[in-house]
Every structure is written in structure tokens, then in C-alpha cells.
Design a protein around this ligand. Structure first.
Ligand code: DC
Length: 226
């Protein structure tokens, strides 16, 4: 049975990460959340007052950032920033508000993409993000472009934050998602665009299980050459 790379790109908060995570589990693949890498970098830049306009400072900061993925006790892939589990620090509104700006910096993207390619070298990987099917793995065997209406995405993100004990107005979340979509789609370096050979999965009216099943079926067709 040959291993493949599954690239899942799409808009913010349309369920890419949660879907990709379960797809990877069902296939016995490794899940890599590329957004978590940009978020961890953003968190580090905020903590250390890195000025994005200062190329030397950005370069030095990138040298001192080590991002790894480890499987935690529940079998989930978690991001580590310089050896520390970083999940709880990288999903805050502060990081949400700065991550598009940081991820538009070309040297940041070069560092992340190079690491993402190393991780995917052995295949058997599900990676989600914005440029996975277009830039990181243009030869990925399966490319999915996920989307959903802004309203549904904002409601899902609000619920997610609520579960973490963070109360946030729907309008604030919608505005953040809209701004991030715009910034991610219009940046000069590796903008969010649908790859020509990507399969679109609109999750507005799909249940979580339906969207997982849909992608697993697509993957199995390729893996087993059906
Ligand atoms: O998937 P996410 O919302 O956690 O990603 C956070 C931000 O990181 C997103 O607004 C854009 C950026 N990102 C990117 O530029 N390229 C990727 N491959 C993944 C994320």
C-alpha cells in the first residue's frame, strides 16, 4: 500500500484542522497543522517584541525558534515551541490578530516551508494550511480546498473559544476571519488560492463526520487505486 500526501487548504475556521486530524487518524497518517507553526512563530515574535520591518531581528528570531510536533498522551499531534507544548498560547485573539502579518513575511515562509517539506518527505502525512497544495507540496496526490460561509465559520470559532472558556462577540470573530481571509488571499508571497487540481469541499451544510468521510473516501480511492 503506497503512502500519499494529503494537502488541505482553505479559509480560516472552516474546520480544516479538526477534519485533517481525524482523517489522519483514520488513515494511520501523521497530522501536521502548518497554521500552528505560523501561530507559534507569531507568539514568539510577540513575546520577544520582534519588529517585522527589521530583517536582521526577524532572521535572528527565526534562528532561535525550534518548532516540533509530538504525539501527546491522547494520540494527538501537538506543536512544541522550543521544547514547550504551545497549544494554549497560540490560539488567543492576540495571536489571531497578528498571525496574517507575520505569515506574510517571506523569510518566515521560507523557514516554515522548508521544515514542512522535511516532515512530509516520507509521505503518509495530512497537512493543512493555505499554501500546502500550491507551494509546499504541489505534487501532493490529494488536494482538498475547504471552505464554508463566513457566518457558519464565525459561529464554529465562537463555540470553540467558548469551550476554552473564552467569550468573544460574534462580530469581533467575523471581522477577524474576514480580515485574515483578505490578508491571506492577497499577500504577495504564497497567497491562499485554490490549486487547479484541488477538490472543493464546502462544509457549510456538511456535518463533521460527513466532511471527514468524504476526504477519507477520496484518499482511499488514490491509496488503493480504485
Ligand atoms: O490555519 P490557521 O487559522 O491556524 O492559520 C493561522 C494563520 O497562519 C493564517 O491566518 C494564515 C497563516 N498560514 C499561512 O500563511 N500558511 C499556512 N500554510 C498556514 C497558515
Amino acid at each position: 500500500m503506497h503512502k500519499i500526501i494529503i494537502a488541505i487548504d482553505g479559509h480560516s475556521a472552516c474546520g480544516k484542522s479538526s477534519t485533517a486530524k481525524v482523517v489522519a487518524k483514520k488513515l494511520g497518517y501523521m497530522y501536521i497543522d502548518s497554521g500552528a507553526m505560523y501561530r507559534a512563530t507569531t507568539y514568539y515574535f510577540l513575546q520577544n517584541d520582534i519588529a517585522l520591518s527589521n530583517h536582521d531581528q526577524v532572521g535572528e528570531a527565526l534562528e532561535s525558534i525550534d518548532i516540533q510536533f509530538k504525539i501527546d498522551a491522547s494520540g494527538n499531534s501537538q506543536v512544541l515551541l522550543n521544547g514547550t507544548f504551545a497549544e494554549e498560547f497560540i490560539r488567543t485573539m492576540e495571536v489571531n490578530q497578528h498571525v496574517s502579518e507575520v505569515s506574510a513575511v517571506s523569510s518566515v515562509r521560507r523557514a516554515m516551508v522548508s521544515q514542512q517539506r522535511q516532515i512530509g518527505a516520507e509521505k503518509g502525512v495530512v497537512m493543512d494550511g493555505r499554501d500546502i497544495g500550491t507551494v509546499v507540496f504541489p505534487d501532493a496526490e490529494l488536494k482538498v480546498f475547504m471552505t464554508a460561509s463566513l457566518k457558519v465559520r464565525a459561529e464554529r470559532r465562537q463555540k470553540e473559544l467558548m469551550e476554552k472558556g473564552i467569550a468573544e462577540e460574534l462580530s469581533v470573530i467575523s471581522f477577524n476571519l474576514m480580515s485574515r481571509d483578505k490578508a491571506d488571499s492577497s499577500r504577495a508571497d504564497s497567497p491562499l488560492v485554490q490549486a487547479d487540481d484541488a477538490i472543493v469541499v464546502d462544509t457549510t451544510h456538511l456535518t463533521f463526520n460527513d466532511q471527514v468521510d468524504k476526504i477519507v473516501k477520496l484518499a482511499e480511492q488514490i491509496i488503493y487505486d480504485r
